[in-house]
Design a protein around this ligand. Structure first.
Ligand code: FMN
Length: 210
C-alpha cells in the first residue's frame, strides 16, 4: 500500500519524530511504500495567501507547494498524521497545512451548509502525544473535544476512514531509553495491526490509554 506520513515537530530528535520514523521502518519491513512530509524540515508555509480561498472562481491555480502536497494526498491509500497536542490542538504548521491543502474542491465540497468529503477510499491513522496523562484528558472532556474536532471534523469529514487514533500520554522529555523503546514498540504494533497483511481493517477509531 502507499502511505503518506505527515509529521509536525520542530525538533528532529523529539519523541514525535522518533515515533514517526519507527512507524516508517515498520511499514518498510512490512513491504509498504511510504513518503514522509516532515512539515518543519520541508519548511512548509502554513500561511494561506489571498488568492487561495477561491482559486477556481478566480481561474487561478493553487500555489505549487499546495498542488504538490495535494498530489501526495491524492496518491496515498493511507494518511498517517503524527503530532504533539499543543493547547489541546495541533501545532500551527499542521493546522496551516490542513487549511491550505485540504481545500474546498479538493478535500470537501460544501453546499447549503452541508459538506461532503472528497477523499473517500482512503484510510487515516492519527497519532498524538501529550504531556498530560490520557486519563486526565478523558476526565476533563478534552479527549472527546479532540476527537470531535480533529478525528471527525477534519479527517472523517474529508472522507477518510479513521482506522485508529493512537495516543501517547505523559510524554515529558527527557524520557528514558526503556520508555522510548515501549513507545516505539506501540507505534510499530500499530503499523502491524493494520497493515501486516497489506489489508486495511474495517473502521475502528480507538484510543488507548498510555
Ligand atoms: C506549545 C505547547 C503547548 C502544549 N500544550 C499541551 C496541552 O494542551 N496538553 C498537554 O497535555 N500537553 C501539552 N504540551 C506538551 C506536549 O504535548 C508534550 O511535551 C509533547 O507531546 C512531548 O512530545 P515531544 O517530545 O515530541 O515534544 C504542550 C507543549 C508545547 C510546546
Amino acid at each position: 500500500m502507499k502511505h503518506l506520513i505527515v509529521v509536525a515537530h520542530p525538533l528532529e530528535d523529539s519523541v514525535t519524530m522518533k515515533l514517526a520514523r519507527s512507524y516508517t521502518l515498520e511499514l518498510e519491513h512490512l513491504g509498504h511504500e511510504w513518503v514522509m512530509h516532515d512539515l518543519y524540515r520541508i519548511g512548509f508555509d502554513p500561511v494561506m495567501g489571498p488568492n487561495e480561498l477561491e482559486p477556481r472562481a478566480a481561474h487561478l491555480e493553487a500555489p505549487g507547494d499546495v498542488r504538490e502536497a495535494q498530489a501526495a494526498v491524492a496518491a496515498c491509500e493511507v494518511l498517517t498524521v503524527v503530532y504533539p497536542l499543543w493547547w489541546a490542538s495541533m501545532p500551527a504548521i499542521l493546522k496551516g497545512y490542513i487549511d491550505r491543502v485540504f481545500a474546498r474542491g479538493f478535500a470537501y465540497e460544501a453546499r447549503g451548509g452541508m459538506t461532503r468529503g472528497l477523499l473517500t477510499g482512503r484510510s487515516c491513522v492519527i497519532v498524538t502525544l501529550s504531556g498530560s496523562p490520557f486519563a486526565l484528558l478523558n476526565e476533563t472532556g478534552e479527549w472527546q473535544a479532540i476527537q470531535a474536532l480533529q478525528d471527525v471534523h477534519i479527517f472523517r469529514s474529508s472522507g477518510f476512514t479513521v482506522l485508529e487514533h493512537l495516543h501517547f500520554g505523559m510524554v515529558e522529555p527527557p524520557i528514558g531509553a526503556g520508555t522510548l523503546a515501549a513507545q516505539t514498540g506501540r507505534m510499530r504494533d500499530c503499523a502491524r495491526r493494520h497493515f501486516s497483511s497489506a489489508r486495511v481493517s474495517s473502521e475502528s477509531a480507538s484510543s488507548e490509554s498510555p
